[in-house]
Each structure stands twice: as structure tokens, then as C-alpha cells.
Design a protein around this ligand. Sequence first.
Ligand code: ATP
Length: 324
Amino acid sequence: VAPQNTSAPRVPPTTNPALAYTNRTPAKYTPKDFIFGKVIGEGSFGTVYLAKDIHTGKEHAIKVCDKRHIIKEKKTEYVTREKEVLNMLAGAKHSFVRLYCTFQDIDRLYFVLSYAKNGELLPYINKVGSFDIECTKFYSAEILRGLEYLHGLGIIHRDLKPENILLDEKMHVLITDFGCTKILKEPEVPLNENETHVRERKNSFVGTAQYLSPEILTDRNASRSSDLWAFGCIIYQMVAGLPPFRARNDYMIFQKIQKLDYEVPDGFSEMAKSLVEQLLVLDPTQRLGAQDEHGAGYPSIRAHPFFEGVDFETLHEQTPPPIY
Ligand code: ATP
């Protein structure tokens, strides 16, 4: 049942809408500060509604999670992590879904997020079957820039896939779904001179079969490089229409991943193929970007000829190419 907005807000509106959220602590927002509209989607832990802030008139996506369900499914850690990472990303000017505020009532948790009006990237890929090179370049460049920012903060996404790439009203990328993320508390300690992935003591199996990197399957070690593998899978999917590793069931997908068993269809751009081949490398330390200095972005990926002519710094101000 959608939370109802039946009475006046408890907190008077601020005069400056830009301060509407920051002004409200500790007198926090409540469901009554929003008019709840249609359901945008259902996740494992809650329902996402389109909602309008009655003070600012701004549209938001509000994720409403049932507390009992979270506890029953033992997903408290997932929800806590998601909030923690969204807070860490509050300073990002683009690339990510933004968390405006959170509040709760006796039964539910509410996450007030920016509304990605154009939904997920996946249906666009499915609809056109294959992105042209301009589109692939633009969207992969925006994803890369998001990854650079995320990794710069020591956050590994671990579930990067076209369903988790949302699109705002202008068709710019907003990366979302941070429940599976791993936050590197300490700088990554190289295991040997060439190895840069982190060994985790208590490691859970997270991610989506088709985008899982081989090292997660073998020793469950996720690193920044695991996201670079998923990034390679997404670029492949934008060009070919389907992810590179496909099979009847997850087990068979895992077999293919570990054997690097994928095919590049006819007509696949040579430049895109070269980039994908340098990202889909079994050894995580040998993927393009894996040796780049931490916190300095991925200059070696940006420098790949596939991205020739892309101005990474102004991507968010550019008009995205139409998707055909
Ligand atoms: P899971 O909970 O298993 O990770 P999920 O990521 O799909 O699955 P949610 O994050 O709850 O779960 O999202 C549910 C649906 O709502 C998805 O289809 C997602 O695309 C959509 N959605 C989530 N956040 C937003 C947003 N900020 N703007 C627009 N749509 C959103």
C-alpha cells in the first residue's frame, strides 16, 4: 500500500528550495512531505515510487523498504551499505543517483532519490538491438567516468550491469544499486609487485552471473578490476545486443567466463573489439586500467583509440547522441 499524503507537512517549507533538505535536520522529512504517485519498480527489498516534494515541487524516486522484510531476509547490511555509499557519493555532481534524504516510520525505511526519468539502460539496448558507435562511445565514456569517481573513493560496485545504469531526463548516466558494493577501508595492498587485488577475509558471493569476473568465481576476490571486467561486458553488450557470456544456466555461464569463452559477432566494430579484449582479460592485474595509479582515474582506458575525440571533462554538458 502506497504511503498516503493526507495532511499538511509537519515541517514548514524553507524559503530557499536548494536548502530544503539540508535545513531539515534533525526535524526530518516524513512521508507527508511527499505526494506519492505511481510505482516505478519493485526491488528485492522494497518498492520504488515516483513522488513529488510538496515544498519544492521536485519529482523524486522514493525507495520504500519494509523493515521486517529486510530483517527476515537478513539484508540489513545490504541496506546499510547502500545508504553509506549513497552518502559518500553526495558530493558527486553527476554520474550517480543522488540520495536527498532518508527517514523512517515504524514499519518502513524511505530513501529519497533523484528520479531517473528515462529508466534503465537495458531496455534501450534490447530495443535497438545494438548501439551505433557514437552511442556506445558516449555511454561507455559516461560509465567510465562514474567508475573513476567511485574507485577514487575506494568503492567497488560489484554489480555493474545495464539494469543498474539509469538515465536521467536528458539521457545522462546515473549509476545506481550500491547494496553489493565493497568499501575499501584501507588502501589496496599489492599482493605482489604486479598484483593489485584485495584479499577479503569474509567474502560473500555478490553480483549477477553474466557480469561476474573470473577472480570472483575462483577466489572470490573482488577488486576495482572486477568492475573493469563488468565494464567490458557492458561495452560488448551495447555493440552486440547481448552480454558476452550466455548459457542456459548460471553454472554454464561461469564455465564460459573462466575459459574466456565468448564470440565476437560479425560487424562488431574493430575499435570496440580491441577495447573489450583488453578489458575481458582473465588476469585482473592485466586488464586495461588495472595498472593505472589509484585515485587518478583510468587514463589508459581513456587513451584507447575507441575513445578518440571524446571530451571526458564535459560529458555531462554534452547532448547525448540519439539512440537508434
Ligand atoms: P535489487 O533490490 O534486487 O537490487 P533493484 O536494483 O531492481 O533490485 P531497486 O533499487 O529497489 O531494486 O529498484 C527497483 C526498480 O526501480 C528498478 O527497476 C529500478 O530501475 C527502478 N529505480 C530504482 N531507483 C530509481 C530511480 N532513482 N529512478 C528511477 N527508477 C528507479
